[in-house]
Ligand binder design. Structure first.
Ligand code: IPM
Ligand code: MG
Length: 357
């Protein structure tokens, strides 16, 4: 098979972690006799610097003509510290999601046995956690209009909007995944307060009726945030709106050991996109400190979700597990007393493992 990939490193640590994920992807292609062609594009602060646009038309054209997009991270301190900046790197990511129609963001939260002790939670609570958060990605507060400030600057507003069709397609997807898993869906909303959440719940009830084998649980988001740290292994597939999913998956990632571990796949109408859920950590850029595993695991999801190449994805997971077992780990997850490895060294170890398989 030929894998035609758009590579968007983005900002901060993006280029370093993407480099490692690319090396791993190449090694897997070599092992399984696939060819791979890729082209790089700009998104985020680097795209603003070069073109004034955080998601330039060239980048969009590249994504549209590729079979998958491998993406690093966007964000830059120059913008984080300047709330009045009109053009922001994050707008590039949001525009990319919207224009590619990537309405579903799949974030699998699983534990890694060698890292159980790294969780801020007790091992007996975290053990066995294995759920998938399906986050709606192109609606809700992040896209609703109007958004802005009053003329005197003293009032600000965002608008949360969802249509029935938007809710239907994502909730359906959640049930489809649940059918392939442990057949349980948790619908997370705030239906006791928000009108959009009441629409979610109404639609979810209709779809639940079409999947009688699946157990459905409805949970308010505040309760879900609590349950996630109290009993994370009780979740199988969680489906929720954009902002709730953004927040709950950061929480989910850290209970398994580190934010640097959680990959994601964004799927929808056009080319699927694969990205770590963490940000661009500008303070660490270029220092060989960042954990490349979330991006490497995103490449595993790319093999599986974009190309249906399951064995290839499995080999990457196996190599990642082996690197953890061998304590070849970046500082965020290294065992106390052992030397931390750099981004490049972890990547090279995984590539070497794959080459020698
Ligand atoms: C994420 C990130 C993004 C989001 C930011 C960078 C816009 O936090 O992918 O979770 O909020 O979706
Ligand atoms: Mg986030």
């Amino acid at each position: 098979m030929n894998l035609n990939i758009a590579v968007l490193p983005g900002d901060g640590i993006g280029p370093e972690i993407i480099e490692q994920a690319l090396e791993v992807t190449k090694a897997v292609c070599k092992k399984f006799d696939h060819t791979m062609s890729f082209a790089t594009g700009l998104v985020g602060a680097c795209a603003i610097d070069a073109t004034g646009n955080p998601y330039p038309d060239d980048t969009h054209a590249l994504c549209m003509q590729s079979d998958a997009v491998l993406f690093g991270a966007v964000g830059d301190l120059r913008y984080d510290n300047n709330p009045s900046a009109k053009v922001r790197p994050e707008q590039g990511l949001l525009a990319m999601r919207k224009k590619l129609g990537l309405y579903a963001n799949i974030r699998p939260v699983t534990t890694f046995a060698p890292l159980l002790h790294k969780s801020p939670l007790r091992s007996d609570i975290v053990q066995g956690t294995d759920f998938m958060c399906i986050r709606e990605l192109t609606g809700g507060l992040y896209f609703g209009r109007p958004q802005g400030r009053s003329e005197d600057g003293n009032t600000a507003y965002d608008t949360c909007v969802y249509t029935r069709a938007e809710v239907e397609r994502i909730v359906k997807l959640a049930y489809e995944y649940a059918m392939k898993r442990r057949k349980k869906v948790t619908v997370v909303d705030k239906a006791n307060v928000l009108a959009t959440s009441r629409l979610w719940r109404e639609v979810a009830k209709e779809i639940a009726a079409q999947y009688p084998e699946v157990e459905t649980e409805y949970m308010f988001v505040d309760n879900a945030a609590m349950r996630l740290i109290q009993w994370p292994s009780s979740f199988d597939v969680m489906v929720t709106e954009n902002m709730f999913g953004d927040i709950l998956t950061d929480e989910g990632s850290v209970i398994t050991g580190s934010l640097g571990l959680l990959p994601s796949a964004s799927v929808g109408v056009h080319t699927s996109l694969f990205e770590p859920i963490h940000g661009s950590w500008p303070q660490a850029a270029g220092q060989n400190l960042a954990n490349p595993l979330a991006t490497i695991l995103s490449a595993a999801m790319m093999f599986e979700y974009a190309f249906g190449l399951m064995e290839e994805g499995a080999l990457i997971r196996e190599a990642v597990d082996a690197s953890l077992q061998a304590n070849i780990r970046t500082a965020d997850i290294q065992t106390a007393g052992l030397p931390p490895y750099g981004t490049k060294e972890v990547g090279a170890w995984i590539v070497n493992y794959i080459n020698n398989k």
